[in-house]
Design a protein around this ligand. Structure first.
Ligand code: GRF
Length: 209
């Protein structure tokens, strides 16, 4: 039976789009059953609806506390019975109970080479630090922000004259490769967790350079 994927977004949703498209083109044993946003203005909702995917909005502002928001979000997610929850530019910090509920079946992408630069403004911080390479990381979600077993990373060079926008664009192009591939591995059952580390069971490279 197809694995059921629920994707959470906050904005334009280009990673979500890439996953939806690769899933259909490459006939993964999976289906994106819902796209959920924490604001109605999230641009990606329009794309999802246009693909015939169920969409939902759980407004964080409509809830009095993080716990109340997390509980409502979990209720909506669980209504779609997901095998995998994909955070794709979802800009809310999720509480420990929420993370625990989806342990081992929730995945995130972060635009840095974790464990360097968790949190916001990663490209600006990498430039300030004089990094010669930057990248993106797909990881399983744990209670610690932008932390957890690494599924795949991409590495891109920092070039003379780069600013945070040119770097972000170069990294984003690689996100659109490594995130769909990581999700594909998950739904195909090709990820093994051993001693807290993720191994691709076919021996495929877990780095894009
Ligand atoms: C990406 O850079 C992702 O790594 C970060 O937020 C951005 C989301 O972009 N977490 P999009 O909404 O997928 O276009």
């Amino acid at each position: 039976m197809d694995k059921r994927i629920v994707i959470l977004i906050s904005g334009r949703g280009s990673n979500m789009e890439a996953i939806v498209q690769r899933c259909a083109e490459q006939r993964w044993p999976a289906q994106v059953v819902a796209v959920i946003a924490n604001k109605a203005s999230a641009g990606g909702l329009g794309f999802a609806a246009g693909q015939g995917i169920s969409t939902a909005v759980v407004e964080h502002k409509a809830h009095p506390s993080r716990e109340a928001f997390d509980a409502e979000l979990a209720r909506v997610i669980d209504g779609f019975q997901p095998d995998l929850v994909v955070l794709a530019g979802f800009m809310r910090i999720l509480g420990a109970a929420f993370v625990q509920r989806y342990e081992g079946r929730m995945i995130n992408i972060h635009p840095s080479l974790l464990p360097a630069f968790p949190g916001l403004h990663t490209h600006r911080r990498a430039l300030q630090a004089g990094c010669k390479a930057v990248g993106a990381t797909v990881h399983l979600v744990t209670a610690e922000l932008d932390h957890g077993p690494i599924v795949m990373q991409s590495v891109v060079p920092v070039r003379p004259g780069d600013d945070e926008h040119t770097l972000a664009a170069r990294v984003l192009a690689t996100e659109h490769v490594i995130y769909p591939l990581s999700v594909r591995w998950f739904v195909e059952g090709k990820l093994a967790i051993e001693d807290g580390l993720v191994r691709q069971t076919d021996g495929a490279s877990q780095v894009l350079m």
